[in-house]
Design a protein around this ligand. Sequence first.
Ligand code: HEC
Length: 163
Amino acid sequence: MSPKALAALATVACMACGNDWRTDMWFQPGGGLHSIARPEPEGSIPMNARPHLDDRDEAESLKEAFPTDTASVARGKALFTDRCISCHGSEGHGGGPVGRYFPPAPDLGYPAIQSHPDGYIYATIVLGGRAMPVMREGLSQTDLWDLVHLVRTIKPLPPKVLP
Ligand code: HEC
């Protein structure tokens, strides 16, 4: 039999035997009523709950989970060193090495940034910014607020005096 005739025969054979063998995972034994997630019992509290946010503006009124202190700022600094300095620079004034390949990250001491409410800064880490990626991966609520407290300590650089 010629290869053409073989191919035609194979096609006809496939059409004849229906679709079931090709639908991979379309049809499964599950999927009945029992597989629909049940609503959580009344009064239950999700573990590791965090506020649900769709955008940063929605977070403006979010209140900090605990007040700032030196221990929180120190923890925030350690996290900042791990996760933020590649873009924002070691002191948060910008100029991190990634800025060479990515939109440069701003000086976090800028009044325009510091004038945002705490919730907005929190949400920038959780949701990312216009260019900044989402940075919440692996961070607890305490970590996130420690970072906000650290960002709050970054003061604007004094203006450069030209010679
Ligand atoms: C990959 C680079 C990158 C990393 C990592 C990064 N940022 Fe940013 N960040 C940016 C850029 C770019 C902007 C400015 C544009 C924007 O809003 O996305 C920014 C803006 C911000 C702003 C100002 C937002 C505003 O609209 O005023 C804050 C606050 C901030 N970053 C905090 C952080 C913190 C805290 C971390 C670490 C958890 C971090 N960033 C990690 C790139 C980065």
